[in-house]
Design a protein. Structure first.
Length: 368
């Protein structure tokens, strides 16, 4: 049995579910999972690790860089090399470009172990990174045996950093769609749903003025918590939207699925997201999508006029017109059905093909 290691930052529900799928479906490989840390204080996920085998947590010191736009977490790990030495993998999947990955890549080079560089990052999400971060990307890209991107935009970023296009594979960022798939029949509530953190990066302060200019019977339900909530609540009052906007706080599991079921469309006004996984969750629930053009995964998820629209959230008037258009042109049920059908293409069985194609490519070229 061949042994492979996947290294990532923290256990997230979508990653853990996907790793569990790989272990169950590709038993000719022994997949080990290394996490740099146990979690982040700004992530309130409930993560179930039961059924996930060969899990390793590194001891790490965490540096938190506080910013209004979004907090940034940097894990400074202890024992990366020791853990890899004990596992003795024949191949390593190195996810992102952080200090843990840099040390893992150095170990791989020293031991002549091939590694695959895997990223969610895009040119948009990384437009403000510093010189040291760019150097880390160049260092890893130049030495990787193959590349996995989580979206079309991520693949473009890898190529821009110097990755050979023929060695780039796409394994879309996804969720366990079976947890969210729900066929919806009625679209009569005229209710938009937002799910995500209440931070400046997510752009809710851009959505609220657009909602104020849209038809006054369209409501918005906001799910999530974050440091911007008091400011957003003040903005709601200032725009006279108190009767149209409801803050639900943090919600997950069945209560969240019920909110998807009771809404008519999903909206993501983000200023920056390397993917926007909530869009896929909403599509599973048969919801049409209005997504910011700065959610880089929207290019793969949203087909203009078929299951939603991609907008510039900073253009308030155009944003408002798109909201009105969705509810007025009589296609909302048809678009929701298209979302439901399209979401199923992102099932683990399909997404894993890109990941395994990269692995097999490296096996063939390196003679593993």
């Amino acid at each position: 049995m061949k042994r492979a290691v996947l290294i990532t930052n923290i256990p997230s529900p979508y990653r853990v579910d996907f790793f569990r799928f790989l272990q169950e479906q590709y038993q000719e490989y022994e997949f080990h999972i290394i996490f740099s840390g146990a979690g982040m204080e700004n992530r309130k996920w409930t993560v179930e690790l039961e059924g996930l085998a060969h899990v390793h947590f590194l001891k790490s010191r965490t540096i938190i860089i506080r910013k209004r736009f979004d907090d940034r977490y940097v894990f400074l790990p202890v024992g990366v090399e020791k853990t890899l030495q004990e596992i003795a993998p024949e191949l390593v999947f190195a996810m992102e470009y952080n200090p843990t990955i840099l040390r893992a890549v150095h170990w791989c080079r020293k031991k002549k172990i091939p590694f695959i560089s895997w990223t969610d990052g895009t040119l948009n999400s990384e437009k403000n990174i510093g010189k040291v971060q760019r150097m880390s990307r160049n260092y890893i890209i130049k030495r990787a045996d193959a590349f996995i991107a989580s979206s079309t935009a991520s693949k473009e970023a890898q190529i821009a950093y110097g990755a050979a296009p023929e060695r780039c594979f796409i394994s879309y960022l996804t969720v366990d769609i079976e947890k969210y798939l729900a066929k919806k029949e009625s679209y009569e509530a005229r209710q938009l749903l937002y799910v995500g953190s209440l931070i400046q990066r997510k752009g809710l302060d851009l959505l609220l003025p657009a909602l104020a200019e849209a038809a006054d019977d369209i409501r918005l339900v906001i799910v999530g918590e974050g440091q911007e909530r008091p400011l957003l609540e003040q903005q709601v009052k200032k725009l006279n939207l108190t009767e149209r906007v409801e803050f639900k706080g943090y919600v997950e599991g069945e209560p969240l699925r019920q909110l998807y079921a009771s809404s008519d469309a999903f909206i993501l006004p983000t200023r920056e997201d390397c993917f926007g996984l909530v869009l896929l969750e909403a599509m599973c629930a048969s919801l049409p999508i209005i997504s910011s053009k700065y959610a880089d995964g929207a290019r793969d998820l949203v087909e203009e006029g078929k299951n939603g629209y991609i907008v510039d959230p900073e253009d308030t008037k155009a944003f408002a017109k798109t909201i009105d258009r969705l509810f007025s042109e009589g296609k909302i049920a048809q678009m929701g059905s298209y979302s439901y059908d399209k979401a199923q293409k992102f099932a683990f069985s399909n997404v894993a093909e890109g990941c395994m194609a990269a692995l097999h490519d490296v096996e063939k070229r390196r003679g593993i």
